[in-house]
Design a protein around this ligand. Structure first.
Ligand code: SAH
Length: 252
């Protein structure tokens, strides 16, 4: 079953064990993937549920055969606050989705040069959806509208979750040792990680985050590119969380 195509459908398309396919989905399944009546694929609602389904003879609907039990999500919610890089936000969205992120918040920081258009946001949400399908996730991460640092810190602070800001200079604890020291109760609150853009965070931005409870952390002795840092941070989070968890795969 591992190779079945995954497709995100809206909850409103599902009724009485049937999924009404949109014209674009019908085209994709019938003409791009060349699926025929009876062929099976996996429909996911992007909110945690997925089903094994079969295309019906009309090809405009798919019949639900069974609910999928596979669980590929991280056990806690992880949010990335990403100061908008000039280049490479598409890659960041794709890669952190593969690594299990729950929510991506683009930040208009002091040194961000990019002011994204509304179309960019749609594009990032689409990339997140495709990456979630590809990575066999049950959830599609949400990409929020870009926010200023001040706005973001009012929501994503220690009232919300355990918060880290990655800072490449200064003697900081490594993110790995901070994560390994968290208690189960702290983990259950969820994690927020803030990463700067190419120019990094200003000292004032770092101080402002510390004032609302962020811990400044290091990702190692080398300076990483803005698009590399979130991948490293998310890899550490998922490794610590999943190190001892059994990996469950779908029945073949
Ligand atoms: N131009 C800046 C570097 C910015 S790196 C300079 O030379 O100072 C972009 C972002 O990646 C940083 O703001 C930080 O959030 C993250 N980052 C890169 N390397 C890091 C490291 N070794 N430790 C912690 N964060 C790092």
């Amino acid at each position: 079953m591992a190779q079945l195509q995954r497709l995100v459908v809206s909850p409103t398309q599902i009724a009485a064990e049937q999924i009404a396919l949109t014209p674009a989905q019908q085209h994709y399944l019938g003409h791009v993937l060349r699926l025929r009546s009876g062929d099976r694929f996996i429909a996911m609602n992007g909110l945690g549920q997925s089903w094994l389904v079969a295309l019906t003879t009309q090809a405009a609907t798919a019949k639900i055969l069974e609910a999928m039990q596979t669980q590929t999500e991280l056990p806690i919610s992880v949010t990335l606050l990403m100061a908008l890089p000039k280049n490479g936000m598409d890659e960041v969205v794709r890669q952190v989705t593969e690594l299990g992120i729950d929510q991506i918040v683009p930040i208009l920081s002091d040194r961000s040069l990019l002011k994204p258009s509304p179309q960019k946001l749609d594009r990032w949400q689409r990339i997140a959806q495709e990456a979630a399908e590809q990575s066999e996730r049950q959830m599609v991460p949400g990409v929020q509208a870009p926010q200023t640092w001040g706005e973001a810190l009012q929501i994503w602070n220690t009232q919300h979750s355990i918060c880290y800001i990655c800072a490449e200079r200064g003697m900081r604890s490594h993110l790995l040792s901070c994560l390994q020291a968290l208690s189960a109760e702290e983990w259950s609150r969820g994690i927020t990680i803030a990463i700067g853009c190419e120019g990094g965070w200003t000292e004032a931005e770092i101080e402002r985050a510390i004032a609302v409870g962020y811990q400044p952390v290091s990702l190692g002795a080398r300076i990483l590119r803005a698009v590399t840092a979130p991948v490293v941070a998310l890899s550490l989070v998922s490794a610590v969380l999943e190190e001892n968890a059994p990996q469950i795969s779908e029945p073949t």
